[in-house]
Design a protein around this ligand. Structure first.
Ligand code: R5P
Length: 300
């Protein structure tokens, strides 16, 4: 079946790169906000038969970017899915490099919703045939998908980038217990027996305030602090300060999804990081590692 790719407004660079990797046609969209705040999206196409009977691949991250919230990005995604189905797509494959709301996978306090699950239900009801997301905060939420759903792992390509920086005596630090398993897997990409240390993080569920503890011997070590998401940078900044106090030489702050909200860049660099590294799941100045090839490999 012929493939065609729709480049979502939130994934312009990554979308084009995936189309180039696959050697297939890419179509852009046009978007705007109506005066009342509603989203508008149109796939930039005059002849709808270009979509009919094709396998359509939609690439759209759902992080906040370029003056659009994650809610707007989700609405745009649902609009793209609806539009290609109305144009007669034979198969709809959706790539969501950053899956928003994935951190709301549990009810932490009475009265809360479990919105990660609702988002998956929305995607189910949209009638997609395949879903690919990258390093989902809680990959188990993909089990709620009624179609094939794959969580793509970006750890190897992030590790390759860091190794290209001439790092020595690497130690991987997990900023909390939740990230430990991922950090242990991440460490294996730097070689056998690369140590992993875990800090203890406690977040106040009401205020969001973070307390972190841990003291390690990091003297003469290049430290890689790895997390799935950097949002406000609070977690990273605390971990970096502890790593500095523990004698780290160089510090790399690494996340698949570097949302960099509010003053995250300042907080992380001011805490002592040498570099912030993210993937192009979020299109910003730290998206140094492209997901295009690993995503394309799943689509060939
Ligand atoms: C939480 O469990 C995540 O893995 C990240 O640690 C968290 O989202 C980072 O948030 P922030 O940058 O605001 O501290």
């Amino acid at each position: 079946m012929d493939k065609i790719l729709i480049v979502g407004p939130a994934s312009q660079i990554l979308g084009i790169k995936i189309a180039l990797e696959l050697g297939i046609e890419a179509i852009n969209t046009e978007t705007k906000l109506f005066p009342d705040g509603e989203n508008y999206l149109r796939i930039n196409i005059e002849d709808e038969t270009r979509i009919t009977e094709k396998e359509v691949i939609i690439v759209q991250s759902t992080g906040p970017s370029f003056n659009r919230t994650q809610n707007a990005r989700i609405m745009e995604l649902l609009m793209m899915i609806d539009s290609v189905k109305r144009m007669g797509a034979a198969k709809t494959t959706v790539i969501i490099p950053y899956l928003a709301y994935a951190r709301q996978d549990k009810r932490f306090r009475p009265g809360e919703s479990k919105f990660a699950e609702i988002l998956i239900q929305l995607l189910n009801s949209s009638g997609i045939n395949e879903l690919f997301a990258v390093d989902v905060h809680s990959p188990s939420i993909l089990e709620e998908c009624s179609c094939k759903a794959i969580n793509i792992d970006s750890m190897k390509i992030l590790a390759d980038y860091i190794k290209s920086k001439g790092t020595k005596e690497i130690i991987v630090v997990s900023p909390d217990k939740g990230a430990e398993e991922r950090s242990r897997l991440f460490a294996t990409h730097f070689g056998a027996n690369v140590p992993v240390e875990v800090f203890e993080k406690k977040r106040d569920l009401k205020t969001g305030e973070i307390k972190m503890s841990g003291s390690l011997s990091l003297k003469n070590r290049d430290v890689v602090i790895a997390d799935d998401i950097i949002a406000t940078g609070g977690t990273m900044a605390k971990a970096i300060k502890l790593a500095k106090l523990s004698g780290a030489r160089k510090i790399f702050a690494v996340a698949t999804h570097a949302l960099l909200l509010q003053q995250a860049k300042y907080r992380i660099l001011n805490a002592g990081a040498d570099e912030i590294i993210g993937t192009d799941s979020i299109d910003n100045e730290v998206s140094k590692v492209s997901l295009a090839k690993i995503i394309a490999d799943y689509l060939r």
